[in-house]
Design a protein around this ligand. Structure first.
Ligand SMILES: Cc1ncc(COP(=O)(O)O)c(C=O)c1O
Length: 370
């Protein structure tokens, strides 16, 4: 039996009725732009994230772009971030006219560390974007400390509902940063039936500005205080996401259980390094990512056995052709570059059955002669 990397149809079958009903309500109301479905999801995501505000927007990329704009980041500014992330993190920096500057990652968690940030901040640095990669939070409290007065955006596109124990208190992804951003891309733990995004913040002023920026920079129709964007969360998507939200914590718990099952099964395979979760973190395992020797050969072997896998990410952002103008050379961020050679993500979606995981395990172990 083939095991896909992700099986969205399997999830849809478990929630079909509530999602279809929610979508049909929007269709019957013929009320497609903002309104009650979006406001409801904003309230629920703010509650989950323990923030004062949540602002829906068109996607996770725009969430970062709007956050940068709300913080007045633009031409001539430098924004410090990780080179080991999805392209959107740095793409948004470029698209507001600022310059992405990178700092290397912690090889255990793949996230930025406070040390790497502290040693990379310069007078020209105007903001930091920490990414909560693969479902676990970056050490946000130490990153905020290292950033000092600089604003910190927490790109939690892959980590909605993840949490971290700080001084004996659970802090949610997006809660502690100046601004937190989420994506509802279908492959995320809370995925829409299309694109969607959300921004969270504790600041009333930033929330007001973000709400304005997402509707062309003006709250009164046809009057514009600034030039913004058309970046609203679609009401149909909001309805789908509200129907799915009650399941999020169960789905993320199922992913953690699957991860523990894999971890035990790979413990004696020397060539395989299972994911390291910071002891302060509870991961939502958007990805279950191994570090392995002979990664490309393993991936070809898995493909042959009908097992889905993916490489997130094969090329560090500082080496992307579009960022050649930044002047980075190979070797600039050795940990990020090493990660791009060693990582491979395996199926970890909640609906995965034990027999399917056993098949994945057998194929990986078999490749290493175990
Ligand atoms: C880390 C990270 N940042 C940003 C994004 C952008 O989100 P979207 O695809 O919703 O624009 C994604 C997701 O795809 C992501 O994984």
């Amino acid at each position: 039996m083939a095991v896909p990397l992700l099986d969205l149809k399997a999830q849809h079958l478990t929630i079909r009725e509530s999602v279809v009903n929610a979508m049909m309500k929007v269709v019957e109301d013929q009320s497609f732009i903002l309104g009650e479905p979006v406001e409801r999801l904003e309230r629920d995501v703010a509650k989950l994230s323990q923030t004062r505000h949540a602002i829906g927007c068109a996607n996770g990329t725009d969430a970062i772009l709007l956050a940068l704009r709300a913080l007045n980041i633009g031409k001539g500014d430098e924004v410090l971030t990780t080179p080991f992330t999805f392209f959107a993190t740095a793409g948004a920096v470029h698209n507001v006219g600022a310059r992405p500057v990178f700092a290397d990652i912690d090889p255990d968690t793949f996230n930025l560390s406070a040390d790497s940030i502290a040693s990379s901040i310069k007078p020209s640095t105007k903001a930091v974007i920490a990414v909560d990669l693969f479902g676990q939070m970056a050490p946000i409290e130490t990153i905020m400390d290292a950033a000092g007065d600089l604003p910190v955006i927490e790109d939690a596109a892959q980590s909605i509902g993840a949490r971290r124990k700080i001084a004996d208190k659970w802090v949610m992804a997006g809660e502690a940063a100046t601004i937190g951003t989420f994506s509802f891309f279908p492959s995320k733990n809370l995925g829409g039936y299309g694109d969607g995004g959300m921004i969270v913040t504790q600041s009333d002023d930033l929330a007001t500005r973000l709400r304005r920026l997402r509707v062309h920079g003006g709250m009164k129709t046809y009057y514009h205080e600034e030039v913004g964007y058309n970046s609203r969360l679609d009401a149909l998507q909001a309805a789908v996401l509200s129907a799915k939200l009650p399941m999020l914590s169960l789905w993320s718990a199922a992913r953690r259980k699957h991860a523990a099952y894999y971890n035990a099964a790979f413990a004696d395979v020397n060539d395989v390094r299972t994911p390291t979760i910071d002891p302060a973190n509870e991961s939502i395992y958007n990805q279950y990512t191994l570090r392995v020797a002979k990664r490309d050969e393993l991936q070809a072997h898995l493909k042959e056995k009908g097992i889905g896998s993916a490489v997130y990410y094969p090329l560090s952002l500082h080496l992307q052709p579009c960022f050649e103008y930044l002047g980075y050379k190979r070797g600039a961020f050795p940990e990020s570059e090493r990660a791009t050679r060693e990582v491979i993500s395996l199926p970890v979606y909640p609906e995965l059955e034990q027999s399917q995981m056993d098949e994945v395990i057998e194929a990986v172990r078999g490749f290493y002669g175990r």
